[in-house]
Every structure is written in C-alpha cells, then in structure tokens.
Design a protein around this ligand. Structure first.
Ligand code: SR1
Ligand code: MG
Length: 447
C-alpha cells in the first residue's frame, strides 16, 4: 500500500450523500464555527477577555495557527495582551467533514484542564473562559514557547523539561487515582469521562488495531517499508500482545489521563513546560500517558539521523534525549511513591492493612513494576502507529529523503516491537536505553 495524501483520505471517508450533496453534520443549536472575524466579534462580547486584549476590537490581530489533527486554534493579539482560542469542529480537521467527531471533546478538554491545573499548577496553560455552546476554550497564549516536537527536530535542548514533566505526570496521575481519591468520588468522575467515547475510539482504532491489519487509513514510507508493514500484519505474538494492551486501555480506569501525551502536546521554553490539549482525557491505565511520552522520545531519538547535517552531527542531542528518558521514568516512579507515602484519602491499598512499612514497600514495588511494563508496552504501540498508521508525526515526516526516513523508521519499529513483546521481562529503563543504542549501532534486522 502506498502513502495517501490528505485529499485522498478525505475521499475515502466520504459522508453519505443525498442527491449528490454530502449530508451536513448536525450541530447543536447555538453552535457555529468561528473564523477570524467571528472570533473578534465574539471576544468583543466578553468584557474580561476584551480587557485582557485591551484597545478596541478593531485593534486586535487574529491568526489561525492550529497544526493539530482535530481543531482550529486562533492567536489573538491586542495592545494590552494576547489570548489563544481553541474551537472544536464537528469533524476531524485533517480528514475534513467526511470524518465526523463529537464537539463534546471541548467539554472533556476543559474538565481535564481544570483538574490538571489543580494538581499541576504552572504546568498547564491558564484557562480564561469556556463556552459550552460554541465548544470553545480561551486560554493563556504561551509565548515564546514552541511545540516541543518542533524544537526536537531542530535539535534544541530543554534543560528543565525532565523535572517539570516528572512533576506533571506524578501529580496528575497520582492525585486522580484510587490511591488519592475516595472510591465514590472517583467513580463519579470515571462516569463523566466514560462519555469521551469517540476520542477513545480514535486511540483504540488508530493505535491498537489499524496498524496490525490491512486498513485504508494506514500509510507508510512505501515501497521502502512495505516488507516491515507486512511483517507486522503477520506477527501473531505481536498482535496478541497489542490486543492485551488494547484490553487494558478499554477496561482499566486507574487515573485521569491526558490521553494524548506526546511531544506535540507539550509547549516549552528553556525554563518553562506546559502540557496542552487534553481532549483525549479519560480514566485509563497510567502507563498509557507515561509510555506515550517515552515512546515519542525514543522515536525522536531514531529520527535525529534524518535531521543531522552530517554523520554524528546530532550525537550530543541524541545523548540528551537518552539521558532524559531514565530521568523521567526514575523521577516519576520516585515521586509517585513519595506521594503515596504522604497523606492521602484514597481507598486503594488501605493504610490499615499496611502498618508494616516493609509490606507497603513490597506492594509499591509490585505496583511500579507493573506500571513500568505497561509504559513500555504502550510506548511501543505509540511508536508503531506513527510509522504504519493514519497519523504520522513531523519527526519522521520532515525527513524528505524517503530512504533516509525509512531507515530511521525501521529502527523505531524494531525497538517498538521488542518493547511490546518483552515489556514484562525488561528490568529497567536503562536496559531500554542500551537496547536503543544497540539497535542504532547495528542497524535493523527487522523486516
Ligand atoms: C484523527 S486524530 C489522530 C491523532 O491525532 C492526535 O494527536 C491523536 O494522537 C490521534 O490519535
Ligand atoms: Mg492534540
């Protein structure tokens, strides 16, 4: 199968037609997608936001900057300040109207953002306004932050990132888990986020299913990776393992996840880190957030060979990436257990049963071991989907030379497969790093 352009993807997902015209997607009363002009008119009706921008509406400059797969995003600049305004469309932005998608994702994003701001203040953008009719969120404009993925393609080091993301992960995941929240309250929240069904379905299909079968949404660097795509589709042990991961994703309500925590969902400067875009939020297995992040960092490591000016040109950068991955896992595991040992109100692992500190330590080690294995499995699945599935990312896509890109992608596939199959027996994050280096040194035997 060859790579399909966006227009082709749109055609494949054609809406049902009536008399030759696509059936319009029904939207709730009061909803309308705003353009630049509409954004100005709308903000002018809101005194708080108008005051933030300053001046008169005629002074405001608006630009649409969204480069994500789903929504439109506007930056609005006024004489006194600026704003970022994000609106959900009733369809998937990159596919067009032929792939309808519920507007309610803005509700889940707003609700998750509010929880994250409580647990990890300063690590997410400040939300200024939510409009439930327009499915629109106005938030702090992050400036001069860049999307971390773009910075990593350019080889930029972010010295504060690992420490910040450790705190974000530990706080948002621990404080929404059964370790921290009494069962009644936790179940009520699980029930709310259960309704984020369609966004979860994207993950279920695009990460855990499509890349392992023939599917019209799939694409890859072809013909270079035709053999690898075929091998993955025929890999029965891998398909069993990935189906286990999918079952965990479907059934396990361990904590409130961001749900799409890759380097494209993080904005950074040298000394600031903000996690954005939690529209995929739901109660799921903690390892999904941790693993997706680690998987994307490993993928960025393999992609560097496609961005360096000459051989070895990105060695120092590769070393930085490989350094922060253990920093993130080990830091997260330590901080999570530290929070567990502090005051907490959750019903899981009742303190009454663990008067003996040694026994609690064993329980915690078991929990973290399982979480580590989950993270490796989910990380591997996230790496495969970006190489063989529908939504690729710029780390590889920006490598124009297809042979060079495919060589990077092949290494990525090899490590990903090993992470999924060997998750339970890999003893440490350092072992993962060693294996990544080995695979790069030896080249991939994978086909
Ligand atoms: C159709 S949406 C494709 C992907 O974009 C988002 O970033 C998520 O990763 C999703 O799977
Ligand atoms: Mg996003």
């Amino acid at each position: 199968m060859r790579r399909a352009g966006r227009r082709e993807v749109r055609k494949r997902y054609a809406l049902p037609r009536q008399g030759g015209q696509p059936v319009p997607i029904a939207t709730p009363p009061g909803y309308r997608p705003l353009d630049e002009r509409g954004i100005v008119d709308y903000l002018a009706t809101l005194p708080d936001l108008s005051a933030r921008l300053g001046g008169a509406p005629g002074d405001w400059r608006v630009g649409e900057v969204g480069d994500g797969n789903l929504n439109v995003v506007f930056i609005v600049e006024g004489p006194a300040g600026d704003l970022c305004v994000k609106q959900a469309l009733p369809y998937v932005r990159v596919a067009g109207e032929s792939w309808p998608m519920p507007l309610e994702r803005a509700f889940f994003e707003h609700r998750a953002s509010t929880a994250q701001a409580t647990h990890a203040p300063g690590l997410v953008p400040r939300i200024h306004h939510y409009d439930p009719q327009l499915y629109l969120i106005a938030m702090e404009r992050l400036h001069p932050h860049v999307i971390m993925r773009r910075g990593m393609i350019d080889g930029v080091i972010y010295p504060s990132f690992a420490g910040h993301i450790v705190e974000y992960l530990a706080q948002t995941l621990f404080q929404t888990s059964d370790l921290a929240v009494p069962a009644g309250r936790k179940k009520a929240e699980v029930a709310v986020f259960c309704a984020n069904t369609e966004l979860c379905r994207i993950t279920e299909d695009l990460i855990f299913t499509d890349p392992y079968m023939v599917h019209e949404r799939n694409r890859w660097t072809s013909p270079q990776l035709d053999d690898a795509a075929r091998a993955i589709r025929g890999d029965a042990p891998l398909k069993r393992a990935v189906s286990q991961l999918k079952a965990r994703f479907l059934c396990d309500t361990q904590a409130l996840l961001h749900g799409d925590l890759h380097t494209g969902s993080i904005m950074v400067t040298e000394d600031d880190t903000r996690v954005i875009d939690p529209e995929f939020a739901f109660y799921g297995p903690i390892g999904f957030d941790v693993g997706k992040l680690i998987g994307n960092l490993l993928l960025a490591y393999f992609a560097q060979a496609g961005h360096e000016a000459g051989p070895g040109g990105r060695d120092a950068y590769r070393a930085w990436i490989l350094g922060i991955i253990p920093e993130i896992w080990n830091g997260f595991a330590a901080r999570f257990v530290e929070l567990w040992n502090g005051p907490r109100a959750g019903d899981a692992w009742p303190p009454a049963l663990f008067g003996d500190a040694g026994s609690l330590q064993i329980a915690q080690a078991d929990y973290m071991r399982r979480l580590f294995a989950d993270s490796l499995g989910f990380g591997g699945a996230s790496m495969i989907r970006r190489t063989l599935g529908f939504a690729h990312n710029a780390d590889f896509e920006r490598i124009a030379d297809k042979d060079r890109r495919a060589a990077c992608e092949r290494l990525n596939l090899q490590l990903a497969r090993e992470l999924i199959l060997n998750a339970a027996s890999i003893g440490s994050i350092e072992a993962v790093i060693e294996r990544a280096v080995e695979i790069r040194r030896e080249g991939s035997a994978f086909s």
